[in-house]
Design a protein around this ligand. Structure first.
Ligand SMILES: Nc1ccn([C@@H]2O[C@H](COP(=O)(O)O)[C@@H](O)[C@H]2O)c(=O)n1
Ligand SMILES: C[C@@]1(CO)OP(=O)(O)OP(=O)(O)OC[C@H]1O
Length: 157
């Protein structure tokens, strides 16, 4: 049994939606990122890679590589899931927290869980996605950006 944790932040920029857990969530802003800027999926990838001591998302999908420009972050999750399988591990469970004043995550959490579970090839009851504000404090509180945390447990298959 191994544990991993991940954290990601993206600044808000121009746009009308943010990608969160593979769901297109309408918002007053988009995010500045090389890929689609999905903080939930980036934190999840880092947690899974961390659990296996395989480095981080930037090592496997470098922002210097044009191949990943505007990439769908679900492709990162599927690739990392493959690394997990190759090494003989399965996901025990994953718990993610999105940190922002807006958009509201709760109404989209069920759809996000379904997407993450499908991409990892596990039952949805192994995937948790929740959210918090920072009560207007800090960069998230000033609505300058959005962050996500992920914790995973992986088990020998
Ligand atoms: N972006 C967010 C932030 C929060 N929620 C939900 O609201 C609850 C209360 O948030 P507090 O920061 O005031 O504790 C939180 O537990 C979430 O259920 C949300 O959906 N989206
Ligand atoms: C996802 C990658 C892909 O190039 O770029 P960004 O979308 O900028 O996201 P970040 O969370 O900074 O992670 C680094 C990269 O791997």
């Amino acid at each position: 049994m191994r544990i991993g944790q991940g954290f990601d932040v993206h600044a808000f920029g121009e746009g009308d939606h943010v990608m969160l857990g593979g769901v297109r969530v309408p918002h007053t802003h988009g995010v500045l990122a090389h890929s689609d800027g999905d903080v939930v999926l980036h934190a999840l990838c880092d947690a899974l890679l961390g659990a296996l001591a395989l480095g981080d998302i930037g090592k496997h999908f470098p922002p210097s590589d044009e191949k990943w420009r505007d990439a769908d972050s679900r492709s990162f999750v599927r690739a990392v899931a493959g690394m997990l399988r190759e090494r003989g591990y399965v996901l025990g469970n994953a718990d993610m927290t999105v940190i922002c004043e807006a958009p509201k995550v709760g109404p989209h959490a069920a759809a996000m869980r379904e997407i993450v579970a499908a991409d990892l090839g596990v039952d949805v009851d192994r995937i948790s996605i929740k959210a918090t504000t920072t009560e207007t404090l800090g960069f998230a509180g000033r609505r300058e950006g959005i962050a996500a945390l992920a914790t995973v447990l992986v088990l020998r298959a």
